[in-house]
Design a protein around this ligand. Sequence first.
Ligand code: RB5
Length: 151
Amino acid sequence: MEQIIPIASDHGGFEMKQFLIEKLKESGYTVDDFGTYSNESVDYPDFIHPLASAIGMGNYPLGIILCGSGNGAQMTANHHHNVRAALCWNVELAKLARQHNNANILALPGRFISNELAWEMVQAFLSTDFEGGRHTRRVDKIESIENQDNE
Ligand code: RB5
């Protein structure tokens, strides 16, 4: 089955995004590029919100987001229902985000890791399954705080 990978960044993650798009295409993935489309300074929520919304609605199973630190992108994405965006900076964390947290978005710090490491992390993230079991109960509790806030 064709796997379509959505990807989005601000200017801080732009160069790495372009690198990852080429690698993903070489590996047979189809890529939906949500921007940004140049090095020009932009506001990361303008590009991250549309991708996170699409993930939250179930349009894609997994996605990739980037900004300079990864923090702004991750914070933005995690405002969306059904989104679990994990900020990772090594391969083991990218795998654990899938295995234990059922993360559906990988957030990368474009200014703090190499392109090669980012690609290794993307491959690990896309090829690792959620372990389920005890982690299902924990992941289910992540969004349950919203109910408590409304009581
Ligand atoms: C942009 O300069 C930078 O603030 C942004 O890419 C990101 O690091 C924000 O969290």
